[in-house]
Ligand binder design. Sequence first.
Ligand SMILES: *Cc1c(COP(=O)(O)O)cnc(C)c1O
Length: 366
Amino acid sequence: MIQSKSTIEMTKVHNFSAGPGILPAEVLQQAAEACINFDNLNLSLLEISHRSKNFEAVIAEARALVKELLGVKDGYEVLFLGGGASLQFAMVPYNLLRTEGTAGYVNTGVWASKAIKEAKIIGNTQVIASSEDKKFTYIPKNYEIPANLDYLHITSNNTIYGTQMKSFPKTSVPLVCDMSSDIFSRKVNGNDFALIYAGAQKNMGPAGTTMVAVREDCLGKTGRKMLSMLDYQVQIKGGSMYNTPPVFPIYVSLLTLKWLKKNGGIEWIEKVNQQKAATLYNEIDRNSMFIGTTAKEDRSNMNVTFVMHKPELEPEFDKLAKEVNLSGIRGHRDVGGYRASLYNALPLESVNALVEVMQAFEKKFA
Ligand SMILES: *Cc1c(COP(=O)(O)O)cnc(C)c1O
């Protein structure tokens, strides 16, 4: 028996997990059903060919929805690959950095640093701006972008530190963006980017697939002999099926994107996300027990980081949080304190529950 939707909802855990993150309850229910009987085939999605017309329809619809939600024009291709966002740290330079060229990177945290590490192995790589001097608590601004770069790599949202780019660099250099933790959370113009990638498990679906949207005219220029699996052009030609793709994560990502569209799309979710983030940041700023860890103008609407004035009271706060079923609010091991991730599927109600606990904590211990 599949657990009914009402049973899932009754549990009422407020899930602030940073990733893999919360998915809509109805998506979990539909995903569970597809594991038993997909498309009324009396077969599981997990036991049919990825080349069946039923799965071809899934991947085609997922691709079309990504294009629609990013607003990209013709000339962009959408891929669903394995290997996580971390494989894209290597595939991006491998496919876009010419053997004699230079790639530019903005270093805004651990993920950006890992991307830089891979690019350096593949070719000339220049870090043109960094916020490492202040432990990545802000977004660098007003840096110069050399016009000769093959591309400029940025990270739109820094999951660990809780910073987010509120605007993107204006440049003629092709922009590449790791949007793993804020894709489809706010309006962006996809056409401003040569390539966008995002691991699904933060805001788009479950772990196991990474979405890549790439402007095709950027490809095939490196002068490098390419390994097939790591070649975007091979993957495009194969329709993300050069090998067997991660069928289940792609399907659940499609369900999540359909849920987003049905509820009002990016315009709707952007407003909801702004309201959730404002509610929590207002409380952090008001509450005498807590303090935000990032520059105010760069605060992320997805990952809200904060610490306590008296860290010795953390166990007391954790106890209160547990009593009302708040889950996943401990900060990343590199930062400490707290991090509440407010991904698309997290309702305002959960943020209100966290705020209430913060207020109760202040009353008791201030
Ligand atoms: C989580 C995350 C990654 C790593 O994703 P994997 O799929 O685990 O490789 C990369 N970049 C950002 C911004 C992330 O949040």
